[in-house]
Unconditional design. Structure first.
Length: 153
């Protein structure tokens, strides 16, 4: 879990310029994210230098580098992750109250607690603000289900 959070924090808070992708891109241990001209495995000109990804076993990770919004979004989940009913606090990934991007689709107010019925969970963060938040997945931990969470859409 510490490696997941360290990767989320490193990628999320290293934003310095701008770039855009239309969808979540899977990333693996050993890959680098950063300026393509610097030899990075995955291009993201929002980063001033390369960030090397280090994930624990069975962790799936994806990122999105959005030039238009000047944002780097990242999400992770574990293939053996817990599936349970849980209470999740609503968080606006966009940081813009006029155009919120909620971590749970039923959220309407930041700080509100909502119950998510029997769901797999991923974790996501954005360089636009907020902190690492739980985000329910539509199924088990796969790149497709991780890429379907609201932060990437």
């Amino acid at each position: 879990m510490n490696k997941i959070l360290a990767t989320v924090v490193a990628v999320t808070f290293s934003a310095v310029s701008s770039f855009a992708f239309a969808e979540a891109i899977e990333i693996s241990t050993g890959e680098t994210i950063g300026p393509e001209d610097g030899g990075a495995t995955q291009d993201c000109v929002l980063l001033g230098e390369q960030v090397r990804v280090s994930l624990s076993s069975d962790v799936v990770a994806a990122f999105e580098c959005e030039e238009v919004n000047n944002a780097i979004d990242i999400g992770t989940c574990h293939e053996a992750g817990q599936r349970a009913t849980r209470t999740i606090t609503c968080e606006n990934f966009s940081g813009d109250p006029a155009d919120p991007v909620w971590n749970v689709s039923t959220c309407t107010t930041a700080g509100e607690d909502v119950t998510v019925e029997l769901s797999y969970t991923g974790y996501a963060a954005s360089s636009t603000g907020g902190s690492v938040q739980q985000a329910p997945l539509e199924g088990n931990c796969t790149i497709d289900n991780l890429g379907a969470i609201e932060i990437f859409n």
